[in-house]
Design a protein around this ligand. Sequence first.
Ligand code: ADP
Ligand code: MG
Length: 370
Amino acid sequence: MKFRFKNQIQCQKPTYSWLTLSKKITMADQERTELGSLGEFGLIDSLTSSFELRNESSVYGIGDDAAVLERDEETFTLVSTDILIEGIHFNLMYMPLKHLGYKAVAVNVSDIVAMNGKAEQITVSIAVSNRFPLEALQELYSGIELACSNYNVDLVGGDTSSSHSGLMISVTAIGVVAKSKVVYRNGAQANDLIVVTGDLGGAYIGLQVLEREKTVFEANPNIQPDLEGKDYIIQRQLKPEARKDVQEYLIELGVVPTSMIDVSDGLASELLHISRQSKVGVRVYNTKIPIDSLTSTTAIDFNLDPVTCALNGGEDYELLFTVSQSDFDKIKGNPHMTIIGYVTDETEGNYLVDSNNSLVELKAQGWQHF
Ligand code: ADP
Ligand code: MG
């Protein structure tokens, strides 16, 4: 027997019956686990923990900023992928397509940098609906091209699909690192110093400003967005940069971090990754967390605590790393780096030391997509 689908394509009857299929769905329903109860990392873990690495060339699989693959005697290849979905990661009401293209590349370069590597190639996959004209996608690609030029990477492939409504862009970055220089999340040791680059919380508070102005605009399209004086935090949200420059500073200083991660989900979440994977505790001082003055004043305008924005906001794409105590003199006073705390034994737990010297347990609240 042959089916006739609406689009007139002839095809063979599937080998399973719909009855069997619906039974399977019902069974699955009985063991239903809500994704929201798992969180991002619990979900990744439950989906992938049973997978083994079968090839010797797969040096390090899931669990760091990039996968590490054997390349030659001296170097590893690094691979990292990130996906950006309209309505989840960006809103085209305030995210210009050129910026979106730039950001999609930058966030992947950032993951390669977090392994102390150098990104060399990217592939770009997009799904687009026909609500976008060619010119819009050319804008997106002009941002991708600018990022390729700024980060010195080559676009070497990708995939293109239609989508029913939203825009999706997924970038894979491929990089290289000397075997002796690769830095994982799992190398932190008790007594190491915890260092963060740049300042934190700006991207999150920039997003709050953009969201507020979007709401005002939707209510009254005659009112133009009021972004006066907010350039820095808007830029932190719309045009983040991978901290490739920090790699150079570290080489100049002669410092190789013991562990490293980029701050994509908020400082708290990243500290807990380092703690879990290095089997150590962390202790950071809230007064030491670098926060730009515009981030602070704007957070306060929104009735938000600036430190909470830095801990849980995310998307700053700064680097968080640990260094040996013996590197203290090299890092101290560096304008690009701030020592925010130190690594402890695992049994001492993960704590923020607040302004009253009280310990507040660190919890990750960065990611709530489901
Ligand atoms: P980052 O924030 O540095 O981009 P993620 O938190 O997205 O890293 O991912 C953590 C780890 O889980 C990475 O090694 C990533 O490759 C892996 N990962 C994420 N999603 C999946 C998935 N759906 N299947 C397999 N591995 C995944
Ligand atoms: Mg990362």
